[in-house]
Design a protein around this ligand. Structure first.
Ligand SMILES: N=c1c2ncn([C@@H]3O[C@H](COP(=O)(O)OP(=O)(O)OP(=O)(O)O)[C@@H](O)[C@H]3O)c2ncn1[C@@H]1O[C@H](COP(=O)(O)O)[C@@H](O)[C@H]1O
Length: 102
């Protein structure tokens, strides 16, 4: 799903801003995309604190979508992020093994 959305965002970035939200937001530049991402993060936090489960799901979808738009604008791919997460998994695996031995 995320890979599909990443692909759609990549395709829509340079589309007609009058027909595409991704194109409209991308045309406004990284500061605007980053601002939207921050707003969505705050809205997700507010929903969580209010025990609003449906709200949290919706705001989380907005948050992840806007993160993908920002990553695309900066030329960072989901594969780059996945590689970093896998590296951390490896690091914590090594620490776990060492603590089991020691
Ligand atoms: N997942 C999303 C998605 N999530 C949220 N949004 C849009 O994000 C916007 C956030 O709403 P806000 O009220 O915060 O912002 P706004 O008032 O529209 O904009 P501002 O003037 O406040 O910046 C809404 O317009 C939503 O429609 C999304 N727009 C698009 N997608 C996906 O992106 C694909 C491509 O979309 P288009 O670029 O529109 O073709 C779609 O098929 C969807 O899969």
């Amino acid at each position: 799903m995320l890979a599909r959305l990443e692909q759609v965002i990549g395709e829509r970035r340079l589309a007609d801003p009058s027909t595409s939200y991704v194109a409209k937001l991308s045309a406004r530049g990284v500061p605007k995309i980053a601002q939207k991402l921050g707003e969505e993060a705050v809205e997700a936090v507010i929903a969580a604190m209010a025990d609003d489960r449906e709200g949290l799901i919706g705001e989380s979808a907005d948050l992840i979508f806007h993160l993908l738009v920002l990553l695309a604008a900066k030329g960072v791919t989901l594969a780059d992020v996945a590689a970093e997460l896998a590296r951390r998994e490896g690091v914590s695996g090594i620490v776990e093994k060492a603590s089991r031995k020691g």
